[in-house]
Design a protein around this ligand. Structure first.
Ligand code: NAD
Length: 260
C-alpha cells in the first residue's frame, strides 16, 4: 500500500472501526477518525494514531444520522488532506424488538445510520475519487446483510440494503479504478459484546465458555468470535493492489454462519 493515502472510517472511536483505523494507520494511511460525540477522548484517539504510526490523523465529529453531516465529513476530509483514497462506512447501531413493537424512532435511526449514511458519504466521495482516478470504498455490512434473525428487522433491512448499495455503486464506478465492496462479519468480540457476557452468564446460569459457545455463538459454526483484527485485515486486503479486480463483492468473515 502506498504511503500517505487518506482513509475516512465512519464510527471509528471503538470496536471494529477503531481496529480498521489502527491497521490502515499501520499501513501508512492518513486517518480521519469519526463519531458524533466530539469529546477530548475522541480527539485523543486520532492523536494516538498519529504518534504511534507517524501518520497524520484527525478526529472529525459528524452525526451519521444527518445527511448533511455525512457529506460534510467527506468534504472536510478532502480539504484537510487534499483527497480521499479510502472510505470505510462502518458506523452502526442495533435495536432488538418484534416488528409490531419496534419503535419508529429506532427504525428510522438504524436505517439512517446503518444504510443512508453510506449513500451520502459515497455520493460525496465519488467526485473526489473520480478526480484522483482511484479510490476504495468498503462497507461494513454483517452476516445480517445476507441472512436474517428474528427481532432485528431494522438492522437486517439496513444491512441487506447496504449489500445492494455496494453492488450498485460497484457497477457505476467499474471503469474508474474505484472499487466498492462489503465485508460481512459474524459475531465480533468488541468491548460492547464483551460487556454482555456477564449478564448472559447470570441469565442462563452458565460459565463463560458455555454461554459463549451455546448461547451467543449458536449461529456461528466455529463457535468462536471473529476478532476486530480479522475484520480489519479483510478491509486492508480490499484496499490493496491485489484486490483491484474485486468489485461489488460481499466477503463473509463469520466462522461459516451464512454457509448454513
Ligand atoms: P461499536 O458500538 O463498538 O462502534 C460503533 C461506532 O459507531 C462507534 O465509534 C460509535 O461512536 C459510532 N457511531 C454510532 N452512532 C453514530 C452516529 N450517529 N454518527 C457517527 N458515529 C456513530 O460497534 P461495532 O461492533 O464495532 O460495529 C461496527 C460496525 O460493524 C457496525 O456497522 C455493525 O453493525 C457492524 N457489525 C458488528 C458486528 C459485531 O458483532 N460487533 C457484527 C457484524 C457487523
Amino acid at each position: 500500500m502506498t504511503a500517505s493515502r487518506t482513509a475516512i472510517i465512519t464510527g471509528s472511536t471503538s470496536g471494529i472501526g477503531l481496529a480498521i483505523a489502527q491497521v490502515l494507520a499501520l499501513e501508512g494511511c492518513n486517518i480521519v477518525v469519526n463519531s458524533f460525540s466530539d469529546t477530548a477522548q475522541d480527539h485523543e484517539i486520532a492523536a494516538e494514531l498519529a504518534r504511534t504510526h507517524g501518520v497524520e490523523a484527525v478526529y472529525i465529529a459528524a452525526d451519521m444520522s444527518n445527511p448533511a453531516a455525512c457529506r460534510n465529513l467527506v468534504t472536510q476530509a478532502a480539504e484537510r488532506f487534499g483527497g480521499v483514497d479510502i472510505l470505510v462506512n462502518n458506523a452502526g447501531i442495533q435495536h432488538v424488538a418484534p416488528v409490531e413493537e419496534f419503535p419508529i424512532d429506532k427504525w428510522e435511526a438504524i436505517i439512517a445510520i446503518n444504510l443512508s449514511s453510506a449513500f451520502h458519504t459515497i455520493a460525496a466521495a465519488l467526485p473526489v475519487m473520480r478526480g484522483q482516478g482511484s479510490g476504495r470504498i468498503v462497507n461494513i455490512a454483517s452476516a445480517h446483510g445476507l441472512v436474517a434473525s428474528p427481532f432485528k428487522s431494522a438492522y437486517v433491512a439496513a444491512k441487506h440494503g447496504i449489500v445492494g448499495l455496494t453492488k450498485t455503486v460497484a457497477l457505476e464506478v467499474a471503469q474508474d479504478h474505484i472499487t466498492c465492496n462489503a465485508v460481512c462479519p459474524g459475531y465480533v468480540l468488541t468491548p460492547l459484546v464483551e460487556a454482555q457476557i456477564p449478564d448472559q452468564m447470570k441469565t442462563h446460569n452458565m460459565d463463560r465458555d458455555t454461554v459463549v459457545r451455546e448461547v451467543m455463538l449458536e449461529k456461528q459454526p466455529t463457535r468462536e468470535f471473529v476478532s476486530v483484527g480479522q475484520v480489519a485485515a479483510c478491509v486492508v486486503f480490499l484496499c490493496s493492489p491485489a484486490a483491484a479486480q474485486i468489485n461489488g463483492a460481499h466477503i463473509s468473515v463469520d466462522g461459516g454462519w451464512v454457509a448454513q
